[in-house]
Design a binder for this molecule. Structure first.
Ligand code: ACO
Length: 442
């Protein structure tokens, strides 16, 4: 049965009388399993047993290829059609008509803010951009060439020691305070990590600037009394934050939920989510794209590179997605944005290699058959680089935008009465019981 649309415009939670009948060919027994929103509950399979001693049937789903781990009202993706919506709003409309902070409010609260709500929200985030002075000492402890994402992950975790009351995760006021703090402070931590890595003094937040402008200020201010951000670049960065804000149950959101399900404080859960994002198959891919374009070097080397990818000697980074089997809608927006940024910064010379790579890949049978299209990371790195962000900072930039999504996912998890501590099962294929042989006889 198709889910019907409720009068409010929300997808109705369809409790149907539909069932699935399963015949166990080992015993000949039949079972009727209820279907709920197009899913069957894995726990309903446990009744399927060959005898009373049997533990019962489980599902086996490494990498969660076909398992819904939650019910969510935050983000909708149709990977085949290339659709991405936050709380029902198409990503391109949000990118065009809203700011990142409006989008963050939408993700957390479920509705776009009115003027007064936006003012209050912006004020609350802006007044939480400063970090404790001791954070600077903590930053100073990192080696001079420490990777900024490693520093970022660690300092997010360290925040939990500054705000012990964040442990009260069932207190809505405490939760909201942490949400303000985390969204407010991540640009500061990110910029401090960068400044440390280049040996420059930290720049304090400037609360007269917008979220993106202030981040540029903390990154790039030198001796000028007041940093004047370029409006086009600040707007582009704000849009990039929107595009990265949430993506339903991706690897890092799943980490946020899984770690958060132990009821640890949200700083620790967010650090785990950021750590998941660090990986080259997730948020680290935008940096890998740049390394790949450098390695290719020139357009004439592309056919040889594609041949190597097809021979299994590497991946075309920034291509492919677990969910999108069509053009990633975010990549489309970023490709357009690149033109506006390059008008200010000058064209990134790697763009020509990227465009040609995309053209060749999209015509190649290997990529067509596997439905491999550019994802959000394919062009974002080119923009970041043109804006003078070092490649090591790319995953950090992704994490700043994604913080609001992680927090929305975390809050939804805590308020969901069906959720418990995340604890998967396993199929044990190791030894049966055996005796320890004494060391001299092994
Ligand atoms: N280049 C070449 N071949 C690829 C690529 C790629 N980028 N991505 C997938 N394939 C191939 C696989 O080798 C596989 O081929 P096979 O059927 O012959 O074995 C087939 O396409 C299916 O791919 P899977 O690995 O099963 O896809 P999965 O959903 O597990 O992986 C992932 C998705 C991790 C994103 C993958 O496409 C990839 O590694 N891409 C490159 C890294 C990247 O850009 N990551 C960013 C993702 S977006 C994000 O996190 C924001």
């Amino acid at each position: 049965m198709e889910p019907t649309t409720a009068p409010s415009g929300q997808q109705k939670d369809t409790r149907t009388v539909d069932t699935l009948t399963i015949t166990d060919n080992r015993t000949g027994k039949q079972y009727e399993i209820p279907i709920d929103n197009g899913t069957v509950k894995a726990i309903d399979l446990r009744q399927i047993k060959v005898d009373a001693e049997d533990f019962g049937m489980m599902t086996y789903d490494p990498a969660f290829m076909n398992t819904a781990s939650c019910k969510s009202k935050i983000t909708f993706i149709d990977g085949d059609k290339g659709i991405l919506r936050y709380r029902g709003y198409p990503i391109d409309e949000l990118a065009e008509r809203c700011s990142y902070l409006e989008t963050a409010y939408l993700l957390i609260h479920g509705e776009l803010p009115n003027k007064a709500q936006l003012e209050e929200w912006t004020n609350n985030i802006t007044t939480h951009t400063f970090v404790h002075e001791n954070i600077k000492k903590f930053m100073d402890g990192f080696h001079y060439d420490a990777n900024p994402m490693g520093m970022f992950v660690s300092t997010i975790a360290a925040l939990s020691t500054f705000y012990p009351s964040a442990k009260k995760i069932h207190d809505p006021q405490e939760r909201m305070l942490t949400i303000y703090r985390l969204i407010g402070k991540v640009p500061t931590l990110a910029a401090f990590a960068y400044r440390h890595s280049i040996g420059m003094p930290y720049v304090h937040p400037d609360n007269e600037l917008t979220y993106a402008e202030n981040f540029l200020n903390m990154m790039f201010k030198v001796a000028e009394p007041k940093y004047k951000p370029n409006a086009v670049l600040a707007k582009a960065l704000d849009i990039l934050f929107i595009l990265h804000a949430d993506h339903e149950q991706n690897c890092s959101a799943n980490a946020m939920r899984s770690v958060g399900s132990s009821h640890v404080d949200p700083y620790s859960a967010a650090a785990a989510a950021a750590a998941a994002l660090y990986g080259p198959l997730h948020g680290g891919a935008n940096a890998e794209v740049l390394y790949m374009l450098d390695e290719i070097g020139s357009k004439d080397k592309i056919p040889a590179f594609i041949r190597e990818v097809k021979d299994g000697k590497g991946k075309l980074m920034g291509f492919g997605h677990r969910v999108y089997k069509n053009y990633d809608p975010r990549a489309k927006i970023i490709k357009k944005l690149a033109d506006q940024v390059f008008e200010v910064t000058g064209r990134n010379p790697k763009l020509d290699i990227a465009l040609e790579l995309e053209r060749i890949a999209l015509e190649d049978d290997y990529f067509v058959k596997r439905k491999l299209y550019p994802n959000v990371d394919f062009y974002s790195g080119l923009i970041y680089q043109a804006m003078k962000f070092p490649v090591d900072m790319f995953p950090v930039l992704f994490a700043i935008g994604r913080m609001s999504g992680w927090l929305a996912q975390w809050q939804e998890l805590l308020l969901d009465p069906e959720q418990k501590i995340a604890r998967p099962r396993q199929v044990y294929l190791g030894y049966d019981k055996r005796e320890v042989v004494s060391l001299s006889k092994r």
